[in-house]
Design a protein around this ligand. Structure first.
Ligand SMILES: NC(=O)c1ccc[n+]([C@@H]2O[C@H](COP(=O)([O-])OP(=O)(O)OC[C@H]3O[C@@H](n4cnc5c(N)ncnc54)[C@H](OP(=O)(O)O)[C@@H]3O)[C@@H](O)[C@H]2O)c1
Length: 285
């Protein structure tokens, strides 16, 4: 089976390429601004370019981890967010529909307001910010195509030494002795990228369609998440300061009492933060 991953140069994209390759599938991937060996450049807001990518790759399934996931930038630049987070995925869906192939779209826990989490797939969405509103709009548009699987993860992390990886950023600050401010009033279900990719692939192959929550098994505050990372790596936690989200001057509102659980235990991710191998992150510059 041939897969096309749009946004393969990102955190989830890398995990997808690895999971698909390890499972013996043929894979093509695209990047936008971070060139990667073997990948082609694609801006999914350009419908003609999406058509050309499909013509070249002839995929049997297409994945969209591609997005503008910077929630504060989306709040400041809503038109840009709309183009990337709504128009881009809609372009891909239109071409996938014509090719009659399944589509996996990565959404977010930010479709919920975080007043009373954790949330299940059938809970009502109520985003607090532009990013979440646009992800809801994309979800609804893509679900109109009956072969769409919408995967919602939350607070994704991995073992990749890349600044897009939250665990790597925390370890870099700890190594540099920089103080870290972390919110004690924001709670979520951190999600490891590798298992996320593998479980999403299994759901696709099983023919699962519609919305699927794929998040880690633990609900942690941002503060506890950061403290755990420090403890696992043997750093003292005294440089980590407990704050409230309201103390941070951020343009976009965050869901506070959030997190995801699922009505589909078959795909439940069991991997906890402690299962993450930190060595590639600790040895990286
Ligand atoms: N990170 C999280 O904690 C988190 C939590 C919940 C949900 N999600 C969702 O999960 C998905 C994957 O997130 P991620 O962490 O992997 O994001 P990421 O690391 O920022 O990767 C985003 C990817 O999208 C590509 N891209 C950006 N604009 C594009 C465009 N116009 N056309 C085509 N590709 C474009 C980027 O390419 P270049 O890098 O080459 O520019 C990159 O490959 C997103 O839908 C995000 O909303 C993320």
């Amino acid at each position: 089976m041939k897969h096309l991953v749009i946004g393969a140069s990102g955190q989830v994209g890398h995990a997808l390429i690895k999971a698909l390759t390890e499972a013996g599938h043929a894979v093509g991937g695209t990047y936008l601004s971070h060139p990667q060996p073997g990948m082609v450049m694609l801006n999914m807001t350009d419908r003609d370019a999406v058509e050309a990518a499909f013509a070249n790759e002839a995929p049997d399934a297409v994945w969209i981890p591609g997005a503008m996931p910077d929630v504060d930038r989306c709040e400041r630049e809503p038109e840009f967010s709309y183009q990337v987070n709504v128009e881009g995925p809609k372009n891909v869906m239109a071409v996938a529909r014509r090719a009659n192939i399944p589509l996996v779209y990565f959404s977010t826990d930010y479709v919920f307001d975080g007043f009373d989490g954790p949330y299940r797939e059938n809970d009502a969405v109520h985003p607090l910010q532009v990013y979440g509103q646009h992800k809801v709009e994309a979800e609804q548009a893509l679900l109109a195509y009956g072969q769409t699987l919408v995967v919602r993860p939350a607070w994704i992390y991995s073992d990749e030494p890349n600044p897009r990886n939250f665990v790597y950023r925390v370890l870099s600050d700890l190594k540099a002795g920089k103080p870290i401010k972390s919110a004690a009033d924001q709670i979520n279900t951190p999600t490891p990228a590798g298992p996320l990719a593998r479980h999403a692939l299994q759901a696709l192959l099983d023919g699962h369609r519609g919305v699927l929550h794929l998040a880690g098994p633990e609900r942690l505050t941002r503060l506890a998440f950061v403290e755990r990372i420090a403890q696992m790596a043997g750093f003292p936690t005294r440089t980590i300061e407990s704050i409230s989200v309201a103390d941070l001057p951020l343009p976009a509102k965050r869901p506070l009492n959030g997190g995801l659980i699922s009505n589909h235990p078959t795909y439940a991710i069991q991997d906890r933060l402690e299962d993450l191998d930190l060595s590639p992150l600790l040895t990286a510059p």
